[in-house]
Design a protein around this ligand. Structure first.
Ligand code: ATP
Length: 133
């Protein structure tokens, strides 16, 4: 089966690098399944899990917190503010972040705080989702 390279990179580090058969992401305009020989593309991503299918049926899941996907000829690069594999996620920290964000949302202050808390909540839920799989 033909394959391509997948890299997930944050400002801090390279989180993931593997050869894949398929990558599924949640773009701002909907779900995207990238197969080999996909046309070049750059599009923003939602805060959501990214799924990578590899040879031998292995599936990896990465919590990707926004950013962009760039599909090149023989490589897919995901650039995100933060991203973690399930094994690197501190569940207690994500639970605490979720609670903090929920408390802020319940307090309902101004618009900017609301959006920020909403994004923090999405990041925490994204992390918790992939650790629960
Ligand atoms: P928190 O409020 O707990 O800091 P956050 O969503 O604001 O969470 P980010 O700004 O997205 O955190 O990430 C900052 C750094 O901390 C990144 O390197 C990210 O990978 C890491 N990180 C954040 N939350 C967790 C977690 N629950 N487990 C492991 N690493 C985490």
């Amino acid at each position: 089966m033909s394959t391509f390279l997948v890299e997930i990179v944050t400002p801090e580090r390279k989180v993931y690098e593997e050869t894949a058969n398929m990558v599924s992401v949640k773009g701002v305009e909907g779900e995207l399944g990238i197969l080999p020989n996909h046309i070049p593309l750059v599009t923003p991503l939602r805060i959501a899990p990214v799924t990578i299918k590899r040879d031998g049926g292995k599936v990896d899941v990465v919590a990707v917190n926004g950013g962009f996907i760039e599909v090149r000829k023989d490589k897919v690069v995901i650039l995100a503010e933060s991203a973690e594999m399930a094994k690197d996620i501190d569940v207690a920290r994500a639970e605490a972040a979720k609670q903090r964000a929920q408390q802020r949302l319940a307090a309902r202050q101004d618009e900017i705080d609301f959006r920020r808390a909403e994004r923090a909540l999405q990041r925490a839920m994204n992390r918790l989702e992939i650790t629960n799989r």
